[in-house]
Design a protein around this ligand. Structure first.
Ligand code: COA
Length: 226
C-alpha cells in the first residue's frame, strides 16, 4: 500500500453526490490512474452527520475526520441548496483546496473562464467565452452558450438550455429543462440573484431577484400557489 498523498472529499451523500462521484472517479482515473491499493490518492464522501460509514463502496466521513486525514485535501460540494454550499465552502476553504469535477463527456469550447470549484456533470457543455463563478453546478445535459456570465453558487438542474448573452446572478436556481431565451451583447437577458426558474419554464424576459417563475412564457408564481 502506498502513502496517501492526496485525498478528494465530496461533500454530500444524497442523489446528486452519488451521481457526481461517478464523474469524480472517472476524472481521477483519467488524471491519476486507477484507485487501488497501489494508488497514492483516496476518495471519500463527506457529511456533517453521516448516516452510513460507506456509500457505494466508498467511505463516508464526518467533516473533521476528513480534514484530519494525512495528505493534501481537495474538496467539492455536491449539494443543491446554494446557501448550504456557501456555508460549507467558507468553512472548508481554510482547510482544503476546492477543485472542479468535470465528467469525461463534458465539452468546453474556447475562451471560457470556469472557476475551479465547478461540477460539470455528464453531457454538459460550455460553448465559448462564458464566465462562470464559484461552485457552479451543471447537472446532466445542461449547457451554457456563448458570452454568458454566471455568478457564484448558481445551480442548474438537468437539461437546462442557457442560450447566449445571459447574465445569471448569484444563488439563482434553474429547474429541469428550463429554456432561457438568448439576450444580446447590448441587452443581455438577466436572471436576478436568488431567483428560481421552475422546471420546464420558457424564460423570455428578465427575472427579478428573488422571484420564482414558471410556465411558457414564464411568469411569476402566484402567491396563492406558493
Ligand atoms: C417552481 C418550483 C420551485 C415550485 O415549488 P413549490 O413552491 O414547492 O411549488 P408546489 O409544488 O407547491 O406547486 C405549487 C403549484 O404550482 C404548480 N407548479 C409547480 N412547479 C411548476 C412548474 N415548474 N411549472 C408549472 N407549474 C408548476 C403545481 O402543480 C402547483 O399547482 P396547484 O396549486 O394547481 O396544484 C418547483 O415546482 C420546481 O419546478 N422545481 C424545480 C425541480 C427540479 O428541476 N428538480 C431537479 C432535481 S435534480
Amino acid at each position: 500500500m502506498s502513502e496517501t498523498k492526496e485525498v478528494f472529499g465530496l461533500f454530500g451523500a444524497g442523489g446528486f453526490a452519488r451521481e457526481t462521484m461517478v464523474a469524480l472517479k472517472e476524472q481521477l482515473l483519467r488524471t491519476r490512474g486507477p484507485l487501488n491499493a497501489e494508488a497514492d490518492y483516496r476518495v471519500c464522501f463527506v457529511d456533517t452527520e453521516p448516516e452510513l460509514s460507506e456509500v457505494n463502496q466508498l467511505p463516508c466521513l464526518k467533516e473533521d475526520d476528513f480534514f484530519n486525514l494525512p495528505g493534501r485535501k481537495f474538496f467539492n460540494i455536491a449539494i443543491n441548496e446554494s446557501r448550504l454550499r456557501e456555508k460549507i465552502a467558507a468553512k472548508s476553504e481554510p482547510l482544503a483546496t476546492p477543485f472542479s469535477i468535470i465528467a469525461n463527456s463534458v465539452e468546453i469550447g474556447d475562451g471560457n473562464q470556469l472557476h475551479p470549484s465547478a461540477i460539470m456533470s455528464a453531457n454538459t457543455m460550455l460553448t465559448s467565452n462564458t464566465t462562470i463563478g464559484r461552485y457552479f453546478q451543471a447537472n446532466i445535459y445542461s449547457y451554457v452558450a456563448h458570452d454568458c456570465i454566471v455568478g457564484d453558487f448558481v445551480t442548474f438542474a438537468p437539461r437546462v438550455c442557457c442560450n447566449g448573452n445571459i447574465i445569471i446572478e448569484d444563488h439563482a436556481y434553474i429547474g429541469t429543462a428550463a429554456v432561457l431565451r438568448q439576450g444580446t451583447a447590448s441587452k443581455p437577458l438577466r436572471i436576478g440573484a436568488g431567483a428560481i426558474v421552475g422546471m420546464g419554464a420558457v424564460v423570455t424576459n428578465d427575472v427579478p431577484a428573488g422571484t420564482t417563475v414558471i410556465g411558457n412564457p414564464a411568469r411569476p408564481m402566484e402567491p396563492r400557489n406558493r
